[in-house]
Write a protein that binds this ligand. Sequence first.
Ligand SMILES: [Zn+2]
Ligand SMILES: [Zn+2]
Length: 139
Amino acid sequence: MDCPKCAVGKLSEVIVRIQVPGTDRELTVDQCFTCQGVWFDANELETYLQEKLTVLNSGVLSDEALKELDYKVGKCPRCQIPMSKKRGPSKRRINVDYCEKCHGYWLDCTEVDRIEPGPSVMGMLEDFFGYLSTLTGGH
Ligand SMILES: [Zn+2]
Ligand SMILES: [Zn+2]
């Protein structure tokens, strides 16, 4: 598939392994290695956020390039129709590109990082579970 934002990029499959005890699931998303944006098919972004995954990393682009990408109206790589801007399905206030037809989401480079729960939340969870294990005594 062609990248919705940059003229030259192609989307490549990226396999995200969901490492939750008891489940062995994989999520396949598509990432453009030129502008580092990520395409999520319908429900994939919700799953990604639900599982609190932080495996996708944005690349380093100049602020200017990022602004340009954000401003640009993306074309859905599946339906080839212009996408609309929508609030991302997360508490973070970010706007993402959304396809009304196939319900897929496109996240520009840094939007991937910004929509993730972030290390602070993961740190809090780890602290919490660490605290729980001290309560149970550990032996
Ligand atoms: Zn691209
Ligand atoms: Zn679409």
